[in-house]
Design a protein around this ligand. Sequence first.
Ligand code: PMP
Length: 296
Amino acid sequence: MSDQLIYVNGQFVEKKKAVISIYDHGFLYGDGVFEGIRVYEGNVYKLKEHINRLYESAHSIMLNIPHSKEELQQIIVETVCKNELNSAYIRVVVSRGTGDLGLDPRNCPEPTVIVIAEALSIYSDNLYKKGLKLASVVNRRSSPDVLNPQIKSLNYLNNILVKLASVQADADEALILNNQGYVTEGSADNIFIVKNGKIKTPPVYLGALEGITRNALIDIAKEQGFSVEETPFTLHDVYIADEVFLTGTAAEVIPVVTVDNRQIGDGHPGEITRRLLHEFRKQTLIDGVPCYMKTN
Ligand code: PMP
């Protein structure tokens, strides 16, 4: 394939020419919003849901995306098509745009819009077979009254510090608590536990992003006849769970086999987790926007 093409402010440009100003407030201040989306066999999974979340995040920070939702969907689909990708990861970034060195967003007249689609480099198959090691970290999730985790903003420093802490703990991923000590989520994924056949995930108001995979999984699990509760739980509940798994656009549904060096269940990916991953992957091929079809 020829050079990767990236959408930058109205044009498709080669990767090495895809540049933005050093005065962009996305770069200077993390002022902007983003989405990570996946393409499964030419099918953009849950595109509408990702678009809606992007526009909600933007609305919340008073950032006007200079496209209608339909236009942006088309740009995303076109980026995948132009790069002839069948399975891909898409990153959509809308920043406040170029301004001066001050914070004031009013000095950024035009938002920057970027769409990157690239071949997938995801977790190895082995991790799905073996399961992840999770570590709870001392850093707390930013609370909804400070920087609301529902805003998928370019300010990911909270998540990065958490990721760093989990690397220090020699774990694959972090488990973040809120200021009250309740479990919230991972650095870039939502958490579920299974106890006695019942599935639980924290309510998002505790301090978790309302993951699109999380919501899909809740629906799939219910369709499969499981009881799913959105309810607060603690680290202790995680330690004594029969199964633990994480969900996210990148992670899909990934089993966890140890948490803070406590073995979960029998130390192998659980049966319910494996079944839900199977059902989830089946759904990704059906529930999406095909790349060959321009949406309207
Ligand atoms: N929590 C955080 C902090 C994330 O960054 C992500 C990834 N977007 C998720 C959860 C999972 O969300 P989704 O299923 O929409 O990818």
